[in-house]
Design a protein around this ligand. Sequence first.
Ligand SMILES: NC(=O)c1ccc[n+]([C@@H]2O[C@H](COP(=O)([O-])OP(=O)(O)OC[C@H]3O[C@@H](n4cnc5c(N)ncnc54)[C@H](O)[C@@H]3O)[C@@H](O)[C@H]2O)c1
Ligand SMILES: O=P(O)(O)OC[C@H](O)CO
Length: 348
Amino acid sequence: MSLRKAAVITAGSWGTGLASVLADNDFAVTLYTRTQAQADEINDSRRNGKYTGDFVLSERITATASMEEALSGAGVVLFVSPSHAMRQVARQARPYVLASATVIHATKGFEPETMKRMTTVLAEELPHLDPSRLVVLSGPSHAEEVVQRRPTTVVVAADCLEAAEQAQDVLINPYFRVYTNPDVIGVEVGGALKNIIALGAGLSDGLGFGDNAKAALLTRGLAEIARLGASMGGHALTFSGLAGVGDLVVTCTSQHSRNWRAGYLLGQGRPLDEVLETMGMVVEGVKTTKTAYALSKQYEVSMPITEQLHEVLFAGKEPQQAVGHLMGRGRTHENEELADAFGGKWIL
Ligand SMILES: NC(=O)c1ccc[n+]([C@@H]2O[C@H](COP(=O)([O-])OP(=O)(O)OC[C@H]3O[C@@H](n4cnc5c(N)ncnc54)[C@H](O)[C@@H]3O)[C@@H](O)[C@H]2O)c1
Ligand SMILES: O=P(O)(O)OC[C@H](O)CO
């Protein structure tokens, strides 16, 4: 059987997870690695040790440190680099990405310097592509479970329905269920912002708080995500879907989560630099906290959890003090819109 060709850029944990899905879906996959040593390891041992441990990669996956070789003839291209590296990686890829390719990104974050979403960065760096066909993939999906073919659901969004359906078509299989969604902004913003709340949930667990605190963080965190997301142009319903609640739940409750684990170590009193060093993998929530804090000011949206986490991460505030601040704020309604909706019915 002649296999269709897909390229996955770059070869971290999620890149490896998605390469495995594509290999299972009858693609010959080329995985772009940052170093020749990593490509050699993958090709020789069928393992990507640093990122997916002992998981044995499909024979259909080949690694290369050459961007040209990775992208040559690829009808499907997946960008999965950390958000801070997306522009550089896309620029490097530009000469080799076919104009006809289905281009999907699965990165959760904003460009730190510009606060731009990843489809914006890709549209700027790949000007020969139709921007309405750029697809974002998001949702509750830890690579550790995807490589073991455990049931997982995700969402793909694009302005162009046909492009979203093409992405759905190449990725869906019996253990990887892919839904389409028209809300590119909502899906990208939801996927990025949940990492902040996951850091907070880890911090809460590291401090020894209980399930009540975590449920509060999830619920009030979702309110913040939806407020900023809607101000940026996302649709409220997206935040109650896979790219909102779904991803928030998995990232705040799973020990696979890099963001939760980083928060947990911070909660145990470890300094941020040391935590990031220990993790060895990207913890998107740290840079995203800085961006979301700035966006909350720009859009004049109240984001108290993000604000307190920002103080803890970047201004040396003690986590206990941040919790005291959150719990001791002035009294408010749970939801202003709901209070307004019931306005006539309150007994005054
Ligand atoms: N790991 C998961 O389960 C998972 C699931 C869904 C989404 N994501 C998202 O996918 C993205 C990637 O996460 P990950 O967990 O695979 O990260 P990772 O740390 O496992 O891997 C990152 C990869 O990017 C490469 N890289 C880092 N900096 C680079 C640079 N400057 N230039 C080129 N390459 C560079 C690294 O070599 C590595 O191959 C993140 O936005 C993350 O939020 C991850
Ligand atoms: O491991 P994390 O915290 O980077 O989260 C990975 C995915 O976004 C979970 O859906």
